[in-house]
Design a protein around this ligand. Structure first.
Ligand SMILES: CCCCCCCC(=O)SCCNC(=O)CCNC(=O)[C@H](O)C(C)(C)COP(=O)(O)OP(=O)(O)OC[C@H]1O[C@@H](n2cnc3c(N)ncnc32)[C@H](O)[C@@H]1OP(=O)(O)O
Length: 222
């Protein structure tokens, strides 16, 4: 099974304008999620809010894609993946993360994880740490110049990670043919890692070894 990227000839300026507006909506929806979890208003007020939220969803459903958002690109080399579970600008379920790539082979991110990402009381859910680590490690392995997929991800949860500010770091440890090994960690900024990860990322046998010339591979972080 191949992974399909969708060519859509929208001018970059228009993509960026849409992304800006969509990101603002996503931030507002993320805030709504947090507000829902933590709200202590009366039941009838919850019910009134539900009716308004349903009305808003109906407005958005007035024009919809037939399925998931996918990864799209134009011939100017701009790509966008607004539905991605971690970095999708249109995905309010995604943690609010921006990943910075220092140079090819290493990356970091700082973000604040709130009530929506709770596992043990007051702590980050282990699956959320894994989700964030998988993304930063995958991007690091790929470097946006080749397609990589997670083959094996090994996590060591060393200590609980409190909700609040967190920092992620990843770097390529070694490469051999289609196999790229990435090391990563997540923890409270300035403290020892709470979770350490090692991942084997694979360039699938059906994908080219280097796709840096392909339109999808540039600025795929969006
Ligand atoms: C910029 C984007 C960032 C994105 C970050 C998000 C990352 C993700 O979520 S990716 C989604 C999760 N991962 C997946 O869905 C992957 C599903 N698996 C697959 O598609 C395939 O099994 C795939 C592509 C990994 C390997 O298939 P294929 O390319 O045919 O490899 P195959 O010929 O079977 O094996 C090649 C080599 O890799 C090894 N290998 C294959 N699969 C694995 C694995 N899962 N773990 C370790 N080694 C493996 C094989 O043993 C073989 O080794 P050797 O050459 O030494 O004999």
């Amino acid at each position: 099974m191949t992974i399909a990227f969708i060519h859509e000839e929208i001018p970059t300026e228009q993509v960026e304008q849409r992304e800006k507006v969509l990101s603002s909506l996503t931030d507002a929806v993320r805030d709504l999620v947090d507000a829902t979890i933590r709200s202590t208003v009366a039941d009838d007020e919850l019910d009134a809010v539900r009716a308004e939220v349903e009305a808003l969803a109906a407005r958005l459903r007035a024009a919809q894609l037939p399925g998931p958002a996918g990864v799209r690109y134009n011939s100017e080399g701009r790509s966008w993946n607004w539905g991605n579970a971690v970095v999708g600008r249109g995905n309010a379920v995604a943690p609010p993360v921006d990943i910075t790539h220092d140079e090819f082979g290493s990356a970091y991110a700082e973000l604040t994880l709130g009530a929506a990402y709770e596992g043990p009381p007051g702590m980050v859910h282990g699956g959320v740490s894994a989700l964030l680590l998988d993304q930063i490690m995958g991007e690091t392995a790929s470097g946006f110049k080749r397609l990589t997929m997670t083959g094996t991800l090994t996590l060591r949860y060393r200590r609980p990670l409190p909700l609040g500010p967190v920092r992620l770091e990843a770097q390529i440890d070694r490469e051999s043919g289609r196999k790229i090994t990435v090391e990563a960690r997540i923890g409270v900024p300035g403290e020892d890692a709470a979770v350490e990860a090692t991942g084997l990322f694979l360039i699938p046998s059906w994908a080219p070894l280097d796709e840096s010339a392909a339109s999808w591979s540039r600025s795929a972080e969006g």
